[in-house]
Ligand binder design. Structure first.
Ligand SMILES: O=C(O)CCC(=O)C(=O)O
Length: 194
């Protein structure tokens, strides 16, 4: 985390518990909303008046089935995992934080995201410093997770590197092909991600 802005733990969840988590998520999916969001990489409305090479001028579409935190009951396995003090403390230690609070946002704290054929993530920065994801079920095809670690700071951005990434050159980016049960932490608020 400190040196490259991300880390990933394969087989973080034992297979039998993972199967139960994946089954639970699949059972909940009929209640999921298909989210179609058009936005620029900074999560704002694209401004076509800006120069063409300014990423804020470009719109990307996110299309996925999503369950928000308020759709995940307290007794679900995934919510129990999210609220586990052991897990939160582990994530705190990986980030070397003196204290780590769980997100209290009623929709955003915990999400289940399902990408079906025709779904995709848009290039974006997250609104958190660090994002934690757990892959419950791998893609049959594709599904790579790509991000340009630390492509911006609080007051600066590597514009050239971001422009190269958005034009399709992922040679400087990290691309992870994760197996089921992989827990990944990455500096999502500072890393342009898809
Ligand atoms: O885990 C993934 O595949 C993507 C995660 C992501 O883009 C995000 O949480 O912002």
């Amino acid at each position: 985390m400190e040196q490259v802005g991300w880390c990933s733990f394969a087989d973080f969840i034992k297979p039998e518990r993972l199967a139960a988590l994946a089954a639970e998520a699949n059972n909940l999916l009929p209640e999921a909303e298909e989210l179609v969001i058009k936005r620029n990489i900074y999560q704002g409305a694209a401004n076509a008046d800006l120069a063409d090479d300014n990423p804020a001028s470009k719109e990307y579409t996110h299309r996925a089935l999503q369950l928000a935190d308020d759709q995940l009951a307290e007794d679900t396995l995934i919510k129990q995992l999210y609220k586990s003090d052991i897990l939160t403390d582990f994530i705190r230690q990986v980030q070397k934080k003196p204290t780590l609070y769980r997100c209290e946002d009623e929709f955003q704290a915990l999400n289940i995201v399902a990408l079906e054929p025709g779904s995709w993530h848009a290039w974006h920065y997250d609104t958190t410093e660090c994002t934690v994801t757990l892959l419950l079920q791998p893609a049959e095809q594709g599904g790579e997770f790509t991000f340009l670690a630390n492509s911006r700071t609080d007051d600066d951005e590597d514009h050239e590197a971001v422009a190269r990434l958005l034009s399709g050159d992922t040679s400087k980016a990290n691309t992870l092909s994760r197996g089921a049960g992989t827990l990944t932490l990455f500096r999502g608020g500072y890393s342009c991600t898809v």
